[in-house]
Design a protein around this ligand. Sequence first.
Ligand code: BGC
Ligand code: BGC
Length: 833
Amino acid sequence: MGRVRPWAIAAAAALAASCAAAQDATVAPPQSGAGVAHPEIWPAYDYPVPQRPEDERLIAGLLSRMTIEEKIGQLVQADLCCVTPADVKTYNLGSVLNGGNSGPFGDDLAPAEKWLQLADEFHAASTDRSDGGVGIPVIWGTDAVHGHSNIIGATLFPHNIGLGAMRDPELIERIGQATAREIRVTGQEWTFAPTVTVPQDFRWGRAYEGYSSNPQLVASYAGAMVRGLQGPPQTDDLLDGPYVIASTKHYLADGGTDRGVDQGDAKIGEEALRDIHGAPYGPAIENGVATVMASFSSWQGVKMTGNRSLLTGVLKERMDFGGFVVSDWNAHGQVDGCTNASCPQALLAGIDMYMAPDTWKGVYEDLLARARAGTIPMARIDDAVTRILRVKARLGMFEAPKPSERLLAGRYELLGAPEHRAIAREAVRKSLVLLRNDGVLPLRPGGRLLVAGDGADDLARQSGGWTLTWQGTGIDNSHFPGATSLWAGLRQAVEAGGGSAVLSPDGSFEQRPDAAVVVFGETPYAEFQGDRATLQLDPALTAPWETMRRLKAQGIPVVAVMITGRPLYVNPALNAADAFVVAWLPGSEGGGLADVLVGDAQGRPRFDFSGKLPADWPRTPDLAEGVLYPFGHGLSYASPRTPWTALPEIAGGAAADARTFFAAGAPTASWSLVVGNIDRVDETRITTSAAQALQGRVQVTATDYQVQEGARRFVVAGGGAATALSTHEPIDIARETNGDVLLLFTVRMDRAPASASVALRCEADGCGGAVPVNLPQGGEFVRYGIPLKCFAGKGVDMTRVSAPFVLQTEGPADFAIAEVRLGTDAQVVLPCR
Ligand code: BGC
Ligand code: BGC
């Protein structure tokens, strides 16, 4: 377009300089070979955001006055967990964030007022110039990934996978607008959204954060969502309007990892990288997206956070991205040669801002020392600072008043406002995918409806992960004021039509219903916890299928409604029901389901089904074995009715996921239950349900938990004993340790030992660490959790854990263990002692 782009020139100069210095520092990324992209084969774009001369003058002026400390501070983002306003002032931090488990003043579930109050405190601290500094306003980033989803009472839109079923970019833009307005109420300026991943393997637990497996569909949404959040790319001073800045993530190929492993490696060629995973970034850039978040994952073995060819060569130069690149949660620590506290490689590769939640001080000090020593080039630092300041200028941060005095701030009635909920409800309606209808739908409102299934009245479940808490666990209906569960929506619609509805999770009834809706499906998960070995619904969640069969056997027509983040093999449910609807993760406006399911008084549909599958639906738990319904499939009321042909049903349960070590009283595949002395002499592997160890000092039997013999009981006559789960193939749980994942163990203490501790062992001799625990006596099973970070802090090498659970007891004891796994849903979190 022939425009002069000063930032591009600065970036090129910085890059040239950084190459030279990088070689000195021996932290240079490779120039060719695996994981090195060729920018010239990628599409070129034009970043449309205008450079206002007055902003450029301001930024140049600031840059000339900023100290090296102030510059480095701008490059660092800290999490609420671990930073105070005083820190922001002292270190001139560029940004703060609230991760999935953080909220203001240590309360993840803090009321909206507290978020705004803290935003003011951070703002005041950052702009305090009493120390003679330039006082650059801090920006606050949040994961508003399906509405302002960390805030109680906010509108929760369907997760992206459901939006992908709609095929409606215009509605996506309106969702972006409503989300931006709600964010502005509580004072944040930045959302880490939209996720424009193009998931290729739905075993990945974050697949639902993506719109579709189809690059064109994702690309058709990326620009619309960016525009909805930020306004048109020419918009100046975003904070004067109802806008926030967006972040397209996770660049690149987060959805392309081998076997769908979270933070894994995309073993694909550059063309696939470009054409599948790169596709949405073009429209995002053409709509002026202000930030891009680099992915945790790697391409051809090279971590994205350290990949200069992709971050600088492709994204900033070839694609002309003029905003700034933020890294993901301590992802820099995974770059070759880096640690959480030191990673100049990331800056040199093209990261402009480090998301260093709890490690910001180390990152700051390390960068500062290197900048002073001249081993990282000033030009690269200046370029990164300039990019960040340009985005702040675009927001209008330099003139904006404190957060609580900005447009929409403190207007709490906008959180969950009726006009926003209406948009979400429309999205729910449009996202439903009908896979079967033998004629029971639409439901006649005048009749008697039975609503069954454990998912029918569960707002946390229908909202999924990244809802109020990181994994979406630990919350219940009371945390969703103003929301409508699927059950509540159905009842309203049926009653409005003169009929009646009853909720009966197990499907039992007193008065025979005319029809039944049975809601079942996945429970919430996010990073790591959602990864699965196969595309099969956890057998523990299939009890409602029995309910369907029972109702049908009594001649009651059954509508199955599935809550899910992904297509799964559910043939038994498809066979058992008379109609089958995929509701995805609909969020707070469950009324959208009833809009389509419940007809008018004449029995005609009020709204038709229009949703189409955003990805292939598998025939078996292994998609490689064939597609049952292809991408784009979805019936409507107008579809011709064809007789149902029973689908093949596969016997056997799903493979336990890799992070469950002990379930239903037995070790899972590749784990052994071993009892021995604490010093590990005289170990016995327990393989039978009545067994003994330590010369009869420990008696092992079975006991009941949930099911018959669902736990193992250990009676220790006295002395020291170690009950362990171990393997010969050590596992790497460093990634989980970086997150807030816990070691969970469900135990019943019939007789508490004199003292107890829980230890982890790793591969090498002498590598391990124990946490003293207090497990009080009591007749009930309790699911305890110990943060993995606690074991790491005790020196355990989390990359090669050979025994993820060792219960060490002293003295006579009697206890039962039902389950041991990694997770976040502890009933009691034990202190790290
Ligand atoms: C996730 C990002 C998220 C960030 C902040 C990361 O672990 O991968 O998607 O934006 O945390 O919560
Ligand atoms: C945070 C998330 C983050 C994750 C990274 C969690 O502790 O709450 O926001 O995405 O760690 O692993």
